[in-house]
Design a binder for this molecule. Structure first.
Ligand code: PLP
Length: 404
């Protein structure tokens, strides 16, 4: 086991709400003090509107906002910061691609490929735009162990005129890490562009958009220890230049007249209105904090904790893990014979263990697997083996009550 020591004391909520064990990190993570302080510090010292003031404080705010863009570019290893668009989160990032890029390449004979394991936010925007454009939306099948059926993916690439492949890096239900590098290469050989939903990857994996060679990459700040309501879309420069603006308003224009408006270059073309400046500042602080933890051996620790949790829970009679891929990260979904996920979740809550139950915004996946939902324990950098032991004991108690 690595020497990494989970820094629970960096997280005020975890201390304030003891003895609650927080195992719902795939829904949102708690925030370290450095992120909370960055938000407070910004509002107490540097708050002004960006990109328009001639005064000192506006200059400072603009500097912090654009520095955050550089921090994000480094985090993703993007070649330039102007390929980083700030959004409200993964959902908005995926909608932005669907509404501004998809219309350029979808006509009635072309197809968008997603997978059965997508979160609704990588499902519904494509369904809406495909209906609107008269294009087809097809989903790659998931195998019973929670891996993607790559043969089915290859077959769809061969038989369809695929314009866009949009796929999650890590499943929020199964924890499966998809072989996105291979998927991107296969898609590119078939002239399709690739969008990666990185919402569950950003806190756990090293992301390198140049190595991956993806066309778009989306993630949310709040799932990687940053503030809520803020997120990122990376887009390949040449694609961002082709794409039209999405929302119109201030900040995104070069010149406006009654006849015609001209627009800023990316990324500002896609950022109409006053942005969430504090969100950018908070995310930059979260990225720095996460990098520090990673340099202390976080990755190895997280892998170890997930296998410890899996082995522990499998000792429970009648417990079945949903998603048993060899490459997994973050989330552990399960069902227990003779119990309903919701009842288990309720009884865990009564014992101060916070998990999520239900369909996890992935109803098509539940249907593909033929299950009503799951109980999901998902881990963050502050979770201890002791938290897993609390989950284990609380589950045994819950099962005893439900089976009586
Ligand atoms: C949470 C999540 C989303 C949506 O993220 P928001 O922050 O709610 O916009 C999309 N995809 C996956 C895989 C997620 O886990």
């Amino acid at each position: 086991m690595s020497t990494f020591v989970p820094p629970k004391h960096d997280f005020p909520l975890l201390v304030n709400r003891e003895p609650i064990v927080y195992l719902d990190n795939a829904a949102t993570t708690q925030k370290p003090e450095v992120v909370i302080n960055a938000l407070v510090g910004y509002y107490a010292q540097n708050n002004a509107n960006v990109h328009r003031g001639v005064h000192q404080i506006s200059d400072e705010a603009t500097g912090m906002f654009e520095d955050a863009r550089k921090t994000v570019a480094n985090f993703l290893n993007a070649s330039t910061p102007d390929q980083i668009l700030f959004t409200r989160g993964t959902t908005e990032s995926l909608n932005l691609v669907a509404y501004t890029y998809a219309p350029l390449v979808l006509n009635d004979k072309r197809t968008v490929l997603i997978t059965e394991m997508e979160h609704h936010s990588n499902f519904v925007p494509w369904q809406l735009i495909c209906e609107c454009m008269g294009a087809k939306l097809l989903a790659v099948k998931v195998n019973s162990d929670g891996t993607l059926n790559l043969d089915h993916f290859r077959e769809l690439l061969r038989s369809q005129r695929v314009a866009i492949v949009s796929i999650t890096h890590v499943s929020n239900v199964l924890g499966t890490i998809n072989p996105v590098r291979e998927i991107i290469d296969l898609a590119h050989e078939n002239d399709a562009k690739v969008v990666i939903d990185g919402a569950q990857a950003a806190a756990h994996l090293n992301i390198n958009v140049q190595d991956l060679d993806c066309d778009f990459y989306a993630f949310s700040s709040h799932k990687m220890y940053g503030p809520t309501g803020f997120g990122v879309l990376y887009g390949r420069a040449e694609l961002l230049h082709e794409m039209g603006p999405w929302q119109g308003g201030g900040e995104m224009i070069k010149h406006v007249s009654l006849e015609k408006t001209t627009f800023q270059d990316p990324p500002h073309k896609f950022e109409a209105g006053t942005p969430d400046i504090s969100g950018a500042v908070g995310l930059a602080a979260a990225i720095e904090y996460l990098a520090q933890q990673q340099s202390q051996g976080l990755d190895e620790y997280e892998r170890h904790l997930l296998s410890y949790a899996t082995e522990s829970l499998l000792e429970i009679d009648g417990l079945r893990v949903i998603g048993t891929a060899s490459e997994k990260s973050g989330a552990l979904s399960f069902l227990v014979d003779g119990t309903h996920p919701h009842d288990l979740g309720t009884l865990l809550n009564e014992q101060q263990v916070a998990v999520r139950t239900g369909h996890h915004c992935a109803i098509p996946l539940m249907e593909a697997l033929g299950i009503p939902g799951t109980v999901r324990a998902s881990f963050g950098l502050y979770n201890l083996k002791k938290d897993v032991d609390r989950l284990y004991e609380a589950l045994k108690t819950a099962i005893r009550i439900l089976r009586k």
